[in-house]
Design a protein. Sequence first.
Length: 73
Amino acid sequence: MKAGGSLSIWFFVGLSLGVTGALILIQGIYELAHPPEYQTVLSQLHANVWWGALLTIMGGAYCIHFRPGKKSE
């Protein structure tokens, strides 16, 4: 990155998506190993695992695509 250059806001959006997705994914994996006493109606779909994985992947893609120091063409 050049001195005085700016960072893309999308890089920070990617970081936010990645961190949030990782936290949701970790919680989902924990709930798979230790099911809660009272189940919700659609708990068998494990939405927190799927959404956590999706958000983590999307965040990683944004971070890679908009990373600082990437050569612009």
